[in-house]
Design a protein around this ligand. Structure first.
Ligand SMILES: *Cc1c(COP(=O)(O)O)cnc(C)c1O
Length: 359
């Protein structure tokens, strides 16, 4: 302790990973570079969204609406909930942080499956709460029985990420119903549906209906993936009124810019156009999974805009050998590789490379 630099940091800071910015993909041998490492939407903004935010830019000398009034109303209408049940934030990561700050502090436990979304442990640690990471099953699914068994009197929040990042699988409605029957209602269960628009499995959980049927369930959604607004930072929570109110209180004041609010509102108005693009992503995913399977890879079915290759010890070998193809993918050393369903050309290049990798 004595040799730590002064002024001193909170104890929890030592546990936080140092942020590593995603590697920029360089073009190699004249090959165009593709970034398939962050689950972004490869489509450019809709013309209508671009026009609206250009107009909104004329007002950047003003603070935005701190309560995202118009957006909150649009979200409430879309899901047939009251505006009191909605809270917005700077991306659903921002909302996730607001939730934990409102609910869990020192001595409290925040539970999630692992591996899952990397923000959960970081945000929990920053809040000074205790991380309870329950391993996924060997097929990459949430082990809800093990999660139930890990509940203690200190558990305050449980995140259920479905489809799960990075493994791509879903939790079924039947599984979550059984789970919720046994979770004490004092615990908030947050269903993180960042990728829900890409799901095609009819057995998957309906987060909003589940939220409506319980007093201790909330849903997290984002405009970053299916709606293609990752760079603008807008996400939201729908859940019990007193929780939504608390989540609004812990938000960074004026965090969601007027440009972001405008883009989100216009995106909701143009959902049909956006969802055509989602269909294209799903078709591409089906093709990509099929090609990889033909090559002999075993991969869990994905319901998201990425696929998971559980390569285990061969993960780094795969990533190192793929460096010449100018496509950024996301390695989790010792576990696997996550590949976003972005530009088709990038995915085709991976298939070509993967043929050599297996042979
Ligand atoms: C991408 C992602 C989010 C959304 O992040 P934003 O902050 O809204 O960009 C939330 N949860 C999971 C699991 C994600 O993968």
């Amino acid at each position: 302790m004595s040799d730590s630099p002064k002024p001193q940091l909170r104890r929890e800071m030592a546990e936080l990973p140092t942020y590593k910015a995603g590697k920029k993909v360089a073009s190699v041998n004249g090959l165009a570079a593709f970034k398939l490492s962050s689950n972004e939407n490869a489509h450019p903004p809709l013309p209508g969204v671009l026009a609206a935010i250009t107009k909104a830019a004329l007002e950047i000398n003003r603070y935005p609406d701190p309560f995202c009034g118009e957006l909150t109303k649009a979200i409430a209408e879309k899901f047939d909930v009251s505006i009191d049940e909605v809270a917005t934030g700077t991306g659903s990561v921002g909302v996730c942080q607001q939730i934990i700050q409102a609910i869990a502090g020192a001595g409290d436990e925040v539970m999630y499956a692992w591996r899952s979304f990397e923000a959960y442990p970081i945000i929990t640690t920053i809040a000074g709460a205790t991380n309870v990471a329950v391993p996924l099953t060997s097929s990459g699914q949430h082990d809800l029985a093990a999660m139930l068994a890990a509940i203690t009197p200190k558990t305050r929040v449980i995140f259920v990420c479905t489809p799960n990042n990075p493994t791509g699988g879903i939790v079924t409605q039947q599984q979550i119903n059984k789970f919720l029957d046994q979770v004490p209602t004092e615990i908030l269960v947050v269903i993180d549906e960042a990728y829900v628009e890409f799901n095609c499995d009819p057995n998957a959980i309906d987060g909003i209906a589940t939220m409506k049927a319980h007093t201790n369930v909330g849903v997290l959604r984002t405009f970053s993936k299916a709606y293609g607004l990752a760079g603008l930072r807008v996400g939201y929570f729908i859940g019990p009124k007193h929780i939504a109110e608390a989540v609004r209180k812990t938000a960074v004041p004026f965090g969601v810019s007027n440009i972001a609010q405008t883009a989100a509102v216009v995106s909701l108005e143009n959902e049909s156009e956006l969802f055509e693009r989602v269909e294209q992503v799903i078709a591409l995913r089906t093709w990509f999974e099929g090609e990889l399977t033909k090559l002999g890879f075993e991969l869990p079915a994905s319901q998201a805009n990425f696929v998971w290759l559980p390569l285990g010890d061969r993960t780094l070998d795969f990533v190192t050998k793929s460096e010449g193809i100018a496509v950024a993918i996301r390695p989790f050393p010792g576990e696997g590789v996550r590949i976003s369903i972005g530009e088709r050309e990038g995915l085709e290049r991976i298939i070509e490379f993967a043929k050599d990798f297996v042979s």
